[in-house]
Design a protein around this ligand. Structure first.
Ligand code: AMP
Ligand code: MG
Length: 402
């Protein structure tokens, strides 16, 4: 089977088909659940609200009761309901969130004039059950509140909590070991850096992306361009996925694949029709660990991470791996594109009419970290796309920036 020069879609499909979510975990929803993907639906076990509830502070009375004044026969407060019925000429003092006596409407207190044990109202009497939040108006017992497969966030956790759930089954978070390779690569913070060395920018960046996409990053020390050093660095590392940075191509010092062949590497993707990021590869070691090989050029590695690492982590977590494409209008023309799918670093802005505009940076060199740091989107140019004009609609992926 040909594993080289695969279209981006096909490369992604092959990677995603190879991985499956691991064993499920039960987590406490108020502590460890943010960002986790539900493996079971959350169902309501009771109605919410569990009773007809008042939406206002005021008085409960029977709709259509035209009495000139009403006898105040009791009080219904949140958590302390009024337990009897309300008859003609009677009213019950009521507060927001309190149970509304059977059949009653609520008249807001701004319309009420209290005279001892009696109350009068300005304006016409209510004809229907005004200011009442009906039982089960939010959800009913048995409803599926959150289906399996959704990622939990603060708002969805509020729904699970309002259904009384304290725990839920979620998919596991894959452990992702990240190793930068290259004779010249040293960790940020190294004080005696030599003129021929450069700081590892992809390692910390990929670890951060991994965590933000729900994985558990494990950062390994950079390894030299030496097969034994690369092997030693990943030997025994417990991870579902190893992400290697650099040494992915076919140069004399691109030794990651040759080294991993000694661990029984089976390649599933060898090169991709992608710019930047052509040397990106994917495979499985004999021990079952997967490896995503990223090129060392920072823009190549980070584009490939958006296109492949993010979807892979989504599948591992039982989530949705589809790329979140949006549309935007070009602010300037672009030349026709070549045989590789081109993902350009770009800037998004809101136009005066509210539409989203996109401007690709003029320098798309894959080594530029500064351009990536200024970008907030990736602009997709399909293979052999014709020249584009300002105003044309193109596809973009928004980078998850704050
Ligand atoms: P390579 O993919 O190993 O051929 O590296 C391509 C280019 O990316 C070279 O200029 C490397 O110095 C640079 N590079 C490789 N790894 C990293 C890294 N982790 N951080 C920053 N630059 C890197
Ligand atoms: Mg290298």
């Amino acid at each position: 089977m040909n594993l080289k020069d695969l279209p981006v879609e096909e490369a992604r499909a092959r990677m995603l088909a190879a991985v499956t979510p691991g064993a499920l975990e039960t987590v406490a929803l108020d502590r460890h659940a943010e960002g986790r993907v539900l493996a079971e639906p959350i169902r309501a076990v009771r109605d919410q609200p569990p009773f007809d509830a008042s939406a206002m502070d005021g008085y409960a009375l029977q709709p259509g009761d035209v009495a000139a004044s009403f006898a105040v026969v009791g009080e219904s407060a949140a958590g302390r309901p009024f337990s009897q019925g309300v008859g003609a000429g009677e009213a019950v003092r009521i507060f927001t969130g309190a149970e509304v006596p059977p059949g009653c409407a609520v008249v807001i207190q701004e319309r009420a004039t209290r005279e001892g044990e009696r109350v009068r109202f300005e304006g016409p009497p209510p004809l229907e059950r005004t200011n009442v939040r009906p039982r089960a108006g939010d959800f009913a017992a048995g409803d599926v509140l959150l289906p399996a497969g959704v990622r939990l966030d603060a708002w969805r956790l509020a729904l699970a909590a309002s259904a009384g759930r304290a725990e839920a089954q979620v998919y596991p978070q894959p452990r992702v070991a990240i190793i930068s390779t290259g004779e010249e690569i040293v960790r940020a913070g190294t004080v005696d850096i030599q003129p021929a060395q450069i700081f590892d920018s992809n390692g910390p960046s990929l670890a951060t992306l991994t965590a933000s996409w729900g994985g558990r990053p494990i950062r390994l020390e950079p390894a030299r361009d030496d097969e034994d050093a690369i092997l030693a660095a990943i030997q025994g590392v417990e991870a579902e996925l190893i992400v290697t940075v650099g040494g992915a191509s076919v140069g004399d010092y691109d030794l990651v694949k040759p080294a991993l062949k000694r661990l029984g590497l089976e390649l599933l993707v060898e090169t991709i029709r992608l710019r930047p990021g052509k040397p990106t590869w994917f495979g499985r070691l004999a021990d079952g660990r997967f490896v995503l090989g990223l090129p060392g050029n920072p823009a190549s590695g980070l584009v490939a991470a958006e296109l492949f690492l993010r979807p892979l982590l989504a599948v591992w977590q039982g989530g949705d791996p589809t790329l979140r494409m949006e549309h935007a209008r070009l602010t300037r023309p672009m030349r026709e594109s070549g045989p590789r799918e081109h993902w350009m670093r770009a800037k998004l802005e809101s136009a005066a009419d509210g539409s989203v505009q996109v401007t690709p940076f003029s320098d798309q060199d894959s080594s530029l970290v500064s351009v990536f740091a200024a970008a907030d989107a990736l602009l997709r140019r399909p293979t052999h796309a014709p020249a584009a004009e300002a105003g044309d609609v193109v596809e973009v992926i928004r980078l998850g920036r704050l």
